[in-house]
Design a protein around this ligand. Structure first.
Ligand code: SAH
Length: 234
């Protein structure tokens, strides 16, 4: 089989044609078996999951499992979430193309890349500088101009650009950090996060109207901990 390397950059290898086809086929299978069969029905979310190259966000040794039905380890003992978890949290956010979104926990950058296809702007905060830099490089290489990365404690949010139409936390929180509720739009803003104790949590969806919030509870899940002022201790 002919294999042509187009360019090799920090941890990323882009292959031409046959390999792109292979990954496209794997994405198709992932969408059908892991997402559609489990009830993901938002066509816009499915289209984006079909399009975003998840293999660009995993480590080289995990390339073979890039479209597998699981979370995968990335650097610094963190993880890229399972495709189904990314899809369901994205679906719960009810994204509109005019939305400004805040993500806490950039990690590999995959979830932010998915969000950026469905929203106007994505602000993403990561506490580990090495991961933030890696994600930023990937966004640059992909020509993304609507994702802004910041290294800080995301439990405090990013007040300078608030309010946000949507907020997503991609690490497990003991409770939704109050600064994030404050920074959520009071005009129907939606926040989605895994909430619970350190090793077992549930996806919570919070909708804010005026100064009231209503909460619905969704699936059980396991995430790495949210660490910070309104998170867990390191
Ligand atoms: N959305 C990511 C998932 C990353 S895992 C992806 O698509 O790959 C969760 C990430 O949250 C980790 O990278 C971890 O370092 C980060 N994190 C934990 N506590 C944080 C905090 N208080 N502020 C910002 N990032 C945090």
């Amino acid at each position: 089989m002919m294999l042509s390397i187009v360019s090799k950059m920090t941890g990323l290898i882009y292959y031409k044609s046959e390999h792109m086809d292979r990954y496209a086929k794997e994405r198709e299978r992932m969408c059908k078996e892991q997402l559609v069969n489990r009830g993901i029905s938002d066509k816009k979310v499915l289209d984006v999951m079909l399009k975003v190259p998840r293999h660009n966000f995993v480590t080289e040794e995990n390339l073979i499992r890039a479209y597998g039905d699981m979370a995968l380890e990335i650097d610094c003992d963190q993880t890229i979430s399972q495709p189904y978890m990314v899809a369901i949290m994205t679906e719960l956010l009810e994204l509109k193309e005019t939305d400004r979104v805040l993500e806490i926990g950039t990690g590999s950058g995959y979830q932010a890349a998915v969000l950026s296809e469905l929203a106007k702007e994505v602000y993403t905060i990561e506490r580990i500088e090495h991961l933030a830099k890696g994600a930023m490089e990937k966004f640059e290489q992909a020509g993304k101009t609507n994702i802004f990365v910041k290294v800080s404690d995301g439990t405090l949010g990013l007040a300078d650009y608030a309010p946000y139409d949507k907020i997503i936390i991609t690490a497990a929180a003991p409770a939704v950090p109050p600064p994030l509720i404050e920074q959520l739009s009071s005009d129907g803003g939606i926040l989605v996060a895994p909430v619970g104790d350190r090793y077992s949590h549930k996806i919570v969806k919070l909708r804010k109207i005026g100064n009231k919030t209503e909460e619905t509870h969704h699936l059980q899940c396991i995430f790495v901990p949210l660490i910070g002022a309104y998170g867990f201790n390191p």
